[in-house]
Structures are given as C-alpha cells and as structure tokens.
Ligand binder design. Structure first.
Ligand code: UD1
Ligand code: UDP
Length: 394
C-alpha cells in the first residue's frame, strides 16, 4: 500500500511522527509512505527541529509555499500536491487536522479521485469565522476514511449525515461503519480510534525527561510556573484581545512565573498590536519568560512540570489534559469539549476577568480526576490496520 502524507504546520509534523513510527515498527514491508511538506511552516524551530528530534523520515517533497494569504497559500499547495499525486499514484492521501495544508490536500485529492484519510476528523467549533473550521468541514466531506479522536467528533459526523452503524459491542476500537460495505469515495467510513497526539505524548514523555534540560536551563526547578502559548489569529490580530491576554499575563506574573514560547505570528504582532507601555512591561518583567518556540520534547517537559497551562492551541490544551494539568483556554469555544466538560479546563476567551477567575478557581482546587477520553495511545496502529483492510477490499 502506498500513502502520500501531507504535512505543513508544526502540529502536523508532530502528529505524523506517530504514524511514521507505527509504519516502521509494524508495516515496513507492507506500507510505503511518501511525505510531502507543503512548507507552510518553515523556520527551523517550527519545522526542522521536529524531524531531527522525533525521527520522522525526511520529506520526499517540499513545496516551499511559505506564508501568504489563505487563498494564495492554499492554491499554491493544491497545485503542487496535485502534481505529486498524479506522479505517485498513491492508494490514499493522509491528511491531519485542519490547516490550509489539510484543505489543499483535500481539494487536490478529491478532484482526481485519490481516496482521503482524515486523521482528527469530526471536530467542530461551530464558528465559521475560524479558518480551521472551514478546512476541517471540507476535508471531512471529501474523505473516504475518517478517524475521530473523540466521541464528540463521532457524534458531529453522525449529525452531518455520515453513516454510522452502532450495532454490536461499543468498544472504542469498534469499526463505526457498516462492516459489509467497502469504503469508497462515495461511501465513506468513520472510525472512532482515539487521539494520535496521545500516542506521541505517551511515547515521548519519558524520553523528554531524559533528553532535555529546558527546566534547568530556564531555572524553573522547584519553582511553580504557568506555561502559556498564544497563536490564534483571533487573538493575535486584534489589539484589544491581545492586550487583554497580556494584561492578564502581567497580573499572573505577580503571583507565579509565566513561561511563554512565542509562535512567530505572535512574536511579530506583539510589536504592532500592543501599546508601548504594555510591551515594556512584558519585556522587562523578570517573572515572564518570553522564549522562541521550543522543540516538542522541550514542550512536553514544560507541560509535565507546569502548575497550569494557558493556551489557545488545540494541541496544547489536549497535552495539558494528558499530563493532568488544569488549562485556561484563551478562546470562546473549543473543539475538545470533553476537557471542559470534565472540569479540567475553563473557556476564558481573551477576557481578563475570566482568565483571573479561572486562575483563582484552579489555584484553590486543582483538578485531580482526568478520565481516559483520548483512547489507549495506539491510535496510529489502529488507523494503519483499517487503511490496509480498506485497500485490500477495494
Ligand atoms: C497555522 C494553522 C493553524 C495552526 C497553526 C499551528 C491555518 C489556517 N492555520 O496557523 O490552524 O493552529 O498553524 O501552529 O492553516 N510564520 C513564520 N515562520 C514560520 C511560519 C509562520 O514567521 O515558519 C509567521 C508568518 O508571519 C505567517 C504567520 O506566522 O504569516 C502565520 O503562519 P500561518 O502558517 O499562515 O498560520 P499559523 O498562525 O501558523
Ligand atoms: N509545540 C512545540 N513547541 C512550542 C509550542 C508548541 O513543540 O513552542 C507543540 C505542542 O506540544 C503541540 C503542538 O506543537 O504538540 C501544537 O501546535 P500549535 O499550538 O502550533 O497548533 P494547534 O495544535 O493549535 O493547531
């Protein structure tokens, strides 16, 4: 079986590590993976570092599209991906998540009838102002094999008309499509399999402890700290929202250190969207550690040792949960609703009052119960089994 995997943005490179690892470990003789990097993320600390650190094979192709408006970036990627698909003739294209690289892969493949595997299918924010919401809806509705990381993802797809056969034992690993039909582009199949990021967090968490010294390097030993990340356009591109988040970081820093690995988008927009006084306060505060993006191993080490996580990232809010940390979500809604429903995260948006209230809440009573909602850490193997099965039956 031949797969073309599309990656482009940081979290996709990290997710792809789990699938490539499972191919190498279990299916080296049966599955050939061609990796295509769109070049959506290109700084070394947003891309190369993950290849070096996580053992991901070097991309077979790099489209080097770089940054541009949504239309231009997506169009350039679509053109490049189409050319590669025509040349490589894979059995499936594998797409992760909801970025412009995902959308481009879906459009390119669907138009020339290459079956699509969507990993992290079914998630919805119900907010179409988010570019990611458009990307994930389009991708899901073009896909042939859809793998949902959570029960909510599965329910969303059901509601959108995907056929789901719920007869038989309802274990996590049960195939959720009618077992007799072969998935085709007109007869997609949905599987609930758990979260591929969970595979990675389990696999790399001890390795991170061994191989990184970030806690020591930042002099964080024995000192409580909040780990924060900000990169959503809805936060970075609106001065009043970005200012509210940073005002709350300054307030939090009066009680606790704040470590903030800055996404390049945020690093750039800090300088234009925050007033000078606020910038001065942030850059001069001893208790705020503004650092460049860190590697994945460093990030999970930081998450493991943090008191609390504050983020607008999808991946980081989940990882907070994996490492049993409370999380303040800097968004009005989340696709990962289970984290909020279990009481382990709070939606605070870019609202200073709500952020401080959430901090007081978690400081007073940190959560202790984190039910298993993201599968068993073997999502990648399960997905490969299902791809092989679908390919044999086709
Ligand atoms: C993208 C995804 C978002 C995902 C995030 C993960 C879309 C629409 N958005 O957002 O869903 O959560 O990646 O991090 O696909 N930049 C650099 N160097 C880089 C990459 C980006 O400087 O290596 C800067 C550029 O100024 C660029 C900006 O960051 O314009 C935004 O990059 P882009 O890839 O368009 O979107 P992200 O905000 O990274
Ligand atoms: N991450 C990282 N270094 C950082 C910040 C994040 O390795 O400095 C990892 C993080 O652990 C998670 C993924 O990047 O696995 C999340 O990516 P991001 O927040 O950029 O995007 P999102 O998940 O919101 O799409």
């Amino acid at each position: 079986m031949k797969l073309v995997t599309i990656i482009g943005a940081r979290p996709q490179i990290i997710k792809a590590a789990a699938l490539s690892r499972a191919i190498k470990t279990y299916y080296a003789d049966h599955i050939q993976e061609i990796i295509v990097h769109t070049g959506q993320h290109y700084d070394d600390n947003m891309s190369q570092v993950f290849f070096d650190e996580l053992g991901i094979p070097h991309p077979d192709y790099n489209l080097h599209v770089g940054s541009a408006s949504h239309g231009v970036q997506t169009a350039r990627m679509t053109e490049g991906i189409e050319e590669i698909l025509l040349k490589e003739k894979p059995d499936f294209i594998v797409l992760y998540g909801d970025t412009n690289s995902t959308l481009a892969g879906a459009v390119a493949a669907a138009k020339i009838h290459v079956p699509i595997v969507h990993i992290e299918a079914g998630l919805r924010s119900f907010n179409k102002a988010m570019p990611e919401e458009i990307n994930r809806i389009v991708c899901d509705h073009c896909s042939t094999l859809l793998f949902t990381p959570t029960k909510t993802g599965l329910e969303n797809l059901k509601r959108e008309g995907f056929p789901v056969d719920e007869s038989g034992p309802s274990t996590l690993r049960q195939a959720q499509g009618p077992t007799t039909t072969v998935p085709t582009i007109n007869n997609p199949k949905v599987y609930h399999c758990g979260d591929i990021m969970y595979d990675n967090s389990l696999y790399f968490s001890d390795i991170a402890e061994e191989k990184t010294d970030i806690i020591k390097r930042l002099s964080l030993n024995d000192k409580p700290y909040i780990l924060a990340t900000i990169h959503r356009d809805t936060n970075t591109d609106y001065p009043e929202r970005l200012s509210a988040i940073f005002r709350s970081i300054i307030k939090l820093s009066e009680e606790c250190q704040v470590v903030l690995p800055l996404h390049p988008r945020t690093a750039k927009l800090l300088k234009t969207n925050l007033d000078e006084t606020l910038q001065k306060q942030i850059f001069s505060c001893q208790n705020i550690k503004l650092i460049p993006p860190v590697s994945f191993l460093e990030m999970i080490a930081l998450e493991r040792h943090a008191l609390l996580v504050m983020t607008d990232s999808g991946g980081v809010q989940k990882e907070a949960y994996f490492f049993k940390k409370p999380c303040i979500i800097l968004r009005p809604e989340t696709e990962w609703v289970e984290i909020v429903e279990t009481g382990n995260a709070v939606l605070a948006d870019a609202d200073e009052g709500r952020i401080m209230q959430a901090w007081q809440h978690f400081k007073g009573s940190p959560p202790t119960v984190f039910p298993e909602i993201f599968g068993d850490g073997h999502a990648a193997e399960f997905m490969l089994e299902k791809m092989l099965l679908a390919n044999t039956n086709c």
